[in-house]
Design a protein around this ligand. Sequence first.
Ligand code: WTA
Length: 626
Amino acid sequence: MEGEVFYPSQDAIANSYVRDWEALAESARKNLQGFWAERASELFWFKKWDKVLDDSNKPFYRWFDGGKVNIAYNCVDVHLQTFRKNKLALIWEAEDGKSERTFSYYALNREVCRMANIIKAMGIEKGDRVTIYMGRIPEIVFAMLACAKIGAIHSVIFGGFSVDALHERISDSESKLIITCDGSMQNGKLVELKRIVDESLRHCPTVENVIVVKRTGHEIPMEGGRDHWFHDLCALPIANGKCSTEVMDAEDPLFILYTSGSTGKPKAILHTHGGYMVGTYATLKYVFDVNDEDRFWCTADPGWITGHSYLVYGPFLNGATVFMFEGGPSYPYPNRWWQLIERFGITIFYTAPTAIRALMRFGEAWPNKHDLSSLRLLGSVGEPINPEAWKWFHHVIGKDRCPIMDTWWQTETGAFMITPTPVVPLKPGSGTRPFFGQEAEIVDEEGNPVPDGQEGFLLLKNPWPSMMRTIYKDPDRYIETYWKKYPGKYMTGDSARRDKDGYYWIIGRVDDVIKVSGHRLGTAEVESALITHPAVAESAAIGLPHEVKGQAIYCIVQLKPGFAPGEDLGEELRQHVAHHLGPIARPEEVSFIDKLPKTRSGKIMRRVLKARAQGLPEGDLSTLEE
Ligand code: WTA
């Protein structure tokens, strides 16, 4: 094999569900539907499917059609009939370390039932949308599972988003109910989530009720008739007792999750009960080799797809013990995460390159203070991991023992698409090969495969169960965005190259999506936040390489007549974006320009701005307007 290769240990192989990767890959290649049917059979169905895959109306693929199922039933109820009833399902620790809560599967069921009873009592029925906007506390997990249990469609919005982002997503989903909390703690600072909800609800006529979980206990306004404290609702008789599980069609929607695309407003990616369940279950099982002795920690927030698939659904489907931490990696000290791994005996640790790079900077002394010997597998997701960070993670955290699963996937794919399993030889920076049943292709602009070693557009060739089904309320955009340019193949929006060994190396997005600390943001969203400021005539947001964040947002602003550029205004505009779109979208820098470079048809030439900002050649300028 070419390049630097890390081979799996005999231990990793002996423990793995899939010892013979090639054999399973081959059998899935030969019989895609058979492979997935077998995975699906390991889960509980109220009624078995009639057809594994219905591709009669491409690209609107249907999986396990005719099957009756509920993902929440498979996450919770099925475990109550086994020894797992008394096994820990969830361990949670507060940011300040002052409170710890644990839930067995039995307790998880009670919490989910209670939340579901309350949601139902708010008039929510199957198919209704519920927006969830909270910090990383156990109730966010209960809320998601409760919605699934009663067949409501959840729309979780990351707590790092702010007023405008929240408003837009609530309006688009026409949610009737919001579940939030008074506030959340981030790096010792209070984030006033409920106040942001209040502000964003000013023009959201569909919202009838807001459930507020008490987390921080600070004073907040409650609007009579609309806002309800969760603990008050829990005290009502309606909250008590079992809640029956809605029997869903496999293809019924489970959730929508807004994600940024290249242009315009964020897209509501829709996933379903059946296929998403099978996909997240099988990928987690095979890639992270989860079994009953494990304590699995995925550091992602439930507000992103990684949190949906691998903090909530995937692990519970596998009956795992999940660890969830409210805070971030380095508060109050850069050993916070390492301390937690030691304290809770985490065996599988799944995080993002940006966090690894940030923690690397504090030096080895911090992790070396802790006993990390419980770890057996590590994982990375969200952006390409640079070999330097990979090796640090492998050596300093994994003590050269723990394979790193570099998992490439997207909100749209629902589950891992290009990923190793513990028996696959690893190359730092490569996600290795497509998961069982998947094939990838790298093509040029016209769709012709490019030779190995050359960069091109990454496409996926086969349908898979956890694929998005559509963009909620916008099926045309679904076709247009993912299936139109290369008919019959799924366009990922990433560029990549494949090496001689068939390993894939992701290079990055080819559209206007920026990955800031692994968070997916769209340039269009940043620009539309800027335009609401009275001084801004027009603006362009671009992503530039950043040592820790991977990419950072830079904005170039053209001012309206009468406004003068200056440092203060730059700072004001950064804050403006943070207030409207969210602190995660705060631009690294705002600079000013007399006139933005545009094509004759009026499109901003971001490519030129990017090149200029990095001091690179500006390339072909023939389309630039006079
Ligand atoms: C990027 C996150 C390289 C990629 C799960 C993709 C990655 C986008 C990796 C999706 C990885 C994700 N290596 N790049 N292991 N994982 N990406 O929807 O550009 O937030 O298209 O899903 O993240 O971001 P999303």
